[in-house]
Design a protein around this ligand. Structure first.
Ligand code: PEP
Ligand code: MG
Length: 594
């Protein structure tokens, strides 16, 4: 009798990195750590400290080796992973963690393993206990501390790390959990895809898997328990679907989709040097959003014309001390140099609310605000601490001597905020001139984010004082609909395609056009190519987005005409709901008119 093949089973998880992977499952397991929690006598501290130091040196060497191995990865992968390894190396240096561990051995008379375990847990718990709404960020930081603790413990106890050595090339890696350091060990050419049972779409592991370009799904609950090693699986990383024991039909469909994806990405890569221009020759300026300087090489490859939004707050994060004027000048200048004459729009610190900056915690209000998103954030907070603002403006002005920069203010809701900042900018400019500092020939443009309903509604008045606008649809949607931007997509409360938001975008674009100042859109909506024709129709001619999205958006621009975009926008502005707007977009595309 012919053996029956096992039935096809389908599982769902977070779609973390797009693409289709087909291959046998390889299950990576890691032996549990066995730790002795022991006390030592005062006479043993020297020997125990030496044992600890040896494990620390070994850990540092391993990470340094790992960093050297990154050279074999694609450039954008290296630039994503290297900073995380640097963060681990930093923790192994002169950090609070190391001081705490040593004190527990030398003063607390604990064995090295117990000292590491206790100090790591104390610091992880302290991070988790911090207040504020960036829970995901706290979880991630606590996990990084625990991760470095596990490495030191494995080196103290000489217990092995997870190994991916005995797997068949082209396997799908399946693990209960994958840590960022594990992800850094992965050679993309050995794997067809990755699935894990734990982990969310926002973690560092997710960032790295995207950087490695492997189809990946995290948080795929139940998939591992259902599969034996070697089970054939399809990973659809864009849809978040895992198919175990696929039927011949499913397999054929997956292979066809894989072919489509390969053809599309080849075609998009060819667009890099072509202009972003509609079929009726309207030029659209595509710029990149930048969080950290290590993304720069990827941006250079994306075909972006400048940086439309540098979120400078990320430069202030993960540091014990504030970067001073010289340090900031160097960072901004390097970015300006790298953009080679294309403008760099530097947004001054947007912190407060969910953007926590440890080094700035002393500047926050002493008691927690009842509703931080509606309290001191962005320019409101900066104007309460003018010395911070002055330092940052001085650094931007100095960097501006190397190439074109623009200065942008976050969270503006009142004209007074813009006027007060302009006064400070003038003061800093004069001071630097007096000092004989090298500056640009003219003061850089000073513009504002339009990301509160108040700013959009007062756009005409603000346009008299602002040199440019950048519409931040993430916050504009949140504040207009009174719905948190981190709500899941399915919640239906937060939706930038609501006609109310489209009206505010349209009003802002018209006000800018009448006042003859540039206006761009730099929220996540800018990266959604389905919305591109609508945004052009609403009057937007400049879009700033994550570098990866630029080829797709450019492709859409080159396939449409402004006349069609305007009809689409007029219909969308009159639509009753976001779903109706989506239907209008879909129908226009289906009819091939856009
Ligand atoms: C926005 O609010 O749309 C925006 C671009 O700013 P951020 O996402 O940094 O708040
Ligand atoms: Mg914002």
């Amino acid at each position: 009798m012919k053996p029956t093949s096992p039935p096809e089973q389908v599982f769902f998880g977070h779609p973390v990195s797009p693409g289709i992977g087909i291959g046998p499952l390889f299950e990576a397991t890691e032996p549990d750590l066995v730790i002795a929690h022991r006390k030592i006598s005062a006479s043993e501290t020297t020997a125990e400290t030496a044992r600890l130091e040896e494990a620390l040196t070994r850990s540092r060497n391993q990470l340094a080796k790992l960093k050297a191995r990154l050279a074999g990865l694609p450039e954008h992968s290296q630039t994503e992973i290297a900073p995380l390894i640097d963060a681990y190396l930093h923790m192994l240096g002169a950090s609070r963690l190391m001081r705490g561990i040593r004190a527990r051995v030398q003063e607390g008379l604990l064995g090295a393993e117990a000292a590491v375990q206790d100090e790591v847990e104390t610091q992880a718990q302290a991070i988790l206990a911090l207040t504020g709404s960036d829970r995901a960020g706290r979880l991630r930081r606590a996990e990084e501390v625990r991760e470095i603790g596990r490495r030191i413990l494995r080196n103290l106890t000489r217990q092995p790390f997870r190994s991916f050595s005995n797997l068949a090339p082209g396997s799908i890696l399946a693990a209960a959990e994958l840590r960022p350091a594990d992800a850094a060990l992965i050679q993309p050419s050995n794997f067809a895809g990755i699935i894990t049972e734990e982990g969310g779409a926002d973690g560092h592991t997710a960032v790295m898997l995207r950087a490695l370009g492997l189809p990946a799904i995290l948080g795929a609950t139940g998939a591992l328990a259902a599969a034996a090693p070697g089970t054939l699986a399809i990973v659809d990383g864009g849809a978040g679907i895992i198919t175990l024991n696929p039927t011949p039909n499913s397999l054929a469909a997956a292979k066809a989709k894989l072919g489509d994806i390969t053809r599309t990405s080849r075609a998009l890569a060819r667009l890099q040097r072509l202009p972003a221009e509609t079929r009726d020759h309207v030029a659209i300026d595509l710029q990149a959003n930048l969080e950290l300087p290590f993304e720069l090489p990827m941006i250079a490859q994306s075909g972006a014309h400048g940086i439309g939004l540098l979120r400078s707050e990320f430069i202030f994060m993960n540091r014990e001390a504030l970067p001073d004027e010289d340090t900031q000048t160097d960072i901004y200048r390097n970015i300006v140099d790298a953009m080679d004459g294309d403008p760099v729009t530097i947004r001054v610190l947007d912190w407060g609310s969910d953007k926590e900056v440890e080094a700035l915690s002393a500047y926050l209000p002493p008691t927690e605000e009842p509703n931080p998103a509606l309290g001191l954030r962005g320019i409101r907070l900066l104007l309460r601490h003018p010395s911070l603002l002055e330092t940052q403006l001085a650094a931007i002005l100095r960097a501006g001597a190397a190439g074109p920069v623009r200065i942008m203010l976050p969270m503006v809701s009142l004209q007074a905020e813009l006027l007060a900042t302009r006064e400070i900018l003038d003061r800093v400019w004069k001071r630097l001139k007096r000092r004989g500092t090298r500056l640009p020939d003219a003061k850089p443009p000073l513009g504002i984010m339009v990301e509160t309903p108040a700013a959009a509604l007062a756009a005409r008045q603000l346009a008299r004082h602002a040199d440019f606008f950048a519409i931040g649809t993430n916050d504009l949607t949140m504040y207009t609909l009174a719905a948190d931007r981190s709500l899941p997509v399915g919640s239906k409360l937060y939706d930038p395609l609501e006609p109310a938001i489209l009206k505010l975008i349209h009003m802002t674009a018209e006000a800018a056009s009448d006042a003859q100042i540039p206006v761009s859109l730099c929220g996540e909506l800018a990266a959604r190519e389905q919305a591109t024709p609508l945004l052009l129709g609403l009057g937007i001619r400049q879009l700033s987005m994550h570098g990866n999205a630029i080829p797709r958006v450019k492709h859409t621009i080159r396939a449409t005409t402004l006349a069609h975009c305007k009809t689409l926008a007029a219909n969308a502005l009159n639509a009753p709901t976001a779903d109706a707007v989506r239907d209008i977009i879909r129908n226009a595309t289906d009819e091939g008119r856009l």
